[in-house]
Design a protein around this ligand. Structure first.
Ligand code: HMG
Ligand code: MG
Length: 302
């Protein structure tokens, strides 16, 4: 066991969470959510994506949301950029970090970004080069690292192959993403092992959707390997429009509860985080998809 003493959580709720909502969420609500997350102590927030509005209408207000955030020093604001067009648009919003997102499965690459894995690298390479030249940190996401909605099984070799390509084009940090939440702990550890052939443990994060209720166990499995960075989503918001049936990311509240219970620091105030989750859940007219948030909210009413 190689447990870290401190963990960094990237709340991806405003992006991964809200990209999948059927009803439009006004920019003002997204901005308020970001404000509440930073007030709760989140030091990194994935705010939006500069993708085609025809593909993901929910993120069409990307520039408006970025412009509306009152930024706090010490907080990093990241955005997704699938190609140079998206990067150039994002640049005007001054993100601290950009994310290029590839897939460990050919089928998912085609469905999500309309190109093969090899073609995606041709698109990402100039984005990464331009970002690094501008002093913007580059993360890469490896979708379907634990299974694909179209192809089924995804091998650790496919993960290693994609990680090598990402490293080759200059990506600085890589996320092992379970897009459809099918992974289980040993699979997670094998995917991380495959990623470790190309990236240092300090440059790897876990991004686990919770469709099959495995995300907390998967988080623990990654922690045990020394991974100390995770993408999570307040109130368990989320899903990918091109991964039908996949539910949200593991709830930030649940991961914070797990980590604090293990004596691992996050810098996050769980009660304020629960308030942030309740704010967005109220807007979406549903309950937070987080067991810890539900439990804490229940203690407030009694
Ligand atoms: P394409 O149709 O192949 O693009 O889409 P194209 O280059 O042929 O351009 C076609 C049209 O799109 C043109 O407009 C371009 O201007 C426009 P038209 O001339 O027809 O009016 N366009 C853009 N507009 C705005 N921003 C851009 C942009 N690029 C082209 N950046 C493309 C290719 C990548 C754009 C498209 O497939 C796309 O936007 N895909 C995004 C899908 C997406 O956002 N998925 C969800 C995020 S990934 C995710 O959730 C997984 C993650 O959480 C990790 C995990 O869990 O796995 C990260
Ligand atoms: Mg995701």
């Amino acid at each position: 066991m190689n447990l870290p003493t401190r963990v960094k959580l990237v709340d991806v709720g405003p992006r991964d969470g809200l990209q999948n909502e059927k009803l439009p969420v006004p920019a003002a609500v997204k901005i308020e959510l970001v404000h509440r997350l930073q007030a709760a102590g989140l030091k990194e927030i994935e705010v939006t994506s500069f993708v085609s509005p025809k593909w993901v209408p929910q993120m069409a207000d990307n520039a408006e949301v970025m412009a509306g955030i009152a930024r706090l020093p010490g907080v990093r604001y990241s955005v997704l950029t699938p190609n140079l067009q998206g990067f150039q648009a994002a640049l005007l919003s001054k993100p601290d970090e950009i994310v290029v997102f590839g897939a460990a499965s050919e089928a998912f690459s085609q469905k999500n970004i309309n190109c093969s894995i090899a073609e995606s690298m041709d698109r990402f390479a100039p984005v990464v080069e331009a970002a690094r030249a501008a002093g913007i940190y580059v993360r890469g996401a490896m979708s379907c690292a634990l299974g694909c909605p179209y192809q089924g099984e995804v091998s650790p070799d496919s993960v290693s192959y994609l990680a090598a390509l990402m490293k080759g084009i200059g990506v600085q940090h890589i996320g092992v993403a379970d897009t459809i939440g099918v992974g289980t702990p040993l699979k997670v550890q094998r995917a991380i092992q495959a990623t470790l052939k190309h990236f240092d443990i300090n440059d790897i994060s876990g991004h686990f959707h919770d469709t099959y209720g495995q995300a907390l166990a998967n988080t623990l499995a990654a922690l045990q390997m020394g991974v100390w960075q995770f993408d999570t989503s307040v109130a368990g918001l989320g899903g990918c429009p091109y991964a039908k049936g996949a539910t949200g990311n593991v709830a930030t509240e649940d991961v914070v509860y797990l980590l604090h219970g293990m004596g691992i620091e996050t810098g996050i105030d769980l009660e304020k985080l629960v308030d942030a989750g309740q704010f967005i859940s109220d807007f979406l007219q549903r309950k937070p998809n987080s067991r810890a948030a539900t439990a804490l909210l229940n203690t407030r009413v009694s």
